[in-house]
Design a protein. Sequence first.
Length: 367
Amino acid sequence: MEPKQLREAERAFKYFDLYGSMRGHKIIVEDMARMEAYHSAIFKNKSEMIADKVILDVGTGTGVLAVWAAKAGAKRVYAVDASNAAQLARRLVQSSNLSDVVTIIHSKIEEVEIPEPVDVIVSEWMGCFLLKESMFDSVAYARDKWLKPGGLMLPSRATILLGLYAPGNDSDRTNVVKLKLEKEIAEWKETVSNLQSLDVDYSGFTDELVQDLSDYFLKNNIRVNYLSPNNLASTPQKVLEFDCATVDPTTLVQFSQDFNYSISKHAEITGFLGWFTTDFPNGVVLDTGPGPTYNHWGQYLYPLQESFKVAPGDQVLGTITVGRYPDEPRFNIIEFKYQVGKVPEHTALFNMGNVQHLDEGSKTLLH
Ligand SMILES: C[S@@+](CC[C@H](N)C(=O)[O-])C[C@H]1O[C@@H](n2cnc3c(N)ncnc32)[C@H](O)[C@@H]1O
């Protein structure tokens, strides 16, 4: 195999491997905000949206959305998953006595043959900051191939929001990053001095290590929950909004959006805070934004190297660019360019280079 093909094969294996067992699904099934939103989305107005309809569940995982669709009266449900979770879905469908309505297909959606066009596509494809994992590509592929003209997408709209994080009474997560960095550097200085007693001098590497660690700690976003919306220095702004039925997925690969925040209070801004909402056609909204309710995506905090103070009437102007890693297109790179008053423009670049919520498992780790 060519090295590029090998890399792609490994990538596909790892992604679907993460979702291939109950361990990978635990955190999403435990997320009650997510589960309740999809439950309402399927059952509210079910007689118009779901009853007697043919449904395609893209990425069925443990099969929950397919089971709900069948219980809401769907005529037939095709539930497709490329990972071994298809076996879990088969069990949930069997134990729910719905095998005559739901057909489980263990395949990538891009490779599957479905016997008929469908009236509705349901999918839970959203990643952190909406687009991480790049699963919407597969949903759009299924939409263009299998959805009847005028068919329904669940969810129907998706929106990314961005705010300025000014930690009033929240424990300041950006500060945690800086403290971690200071601790590592203090430890290193002690190591350099210990090693001098063994007649080897590492002091020449300190600057490099400081740069390396600060790149690592301050260029990775932090996933947070339970932040108070009061700790935003102004109203959040939309970075992206699209109609799931019509959006061209290639426009999501890389895009930029300007922002212009009018500050309403005295605050010290230590980072940008991002999250998403999805809307369903019957008025149900899944909102992953800051507040007292946990969700497994959380909000993404992008800590700034230098915090800055703002006052009422100030404006924070800039541009966010969201792109994909060239070597791992399921992950994002985020760049902020921003400016306050006449101060020269700053740039902050972040990696979103792991599938944190899957690796970390339990929601208790997110406090
Ligand atoms: C976030 S999980 C959602 C699982 C389930 N629908 C739920 O709501 O609990 C996404 C699922 O989509 C599957 N998936 C992602 N891309 C896929 C593709 N191209 N073809 C088939 N399954 C895919 C993954 O294996 C994973 O099980």
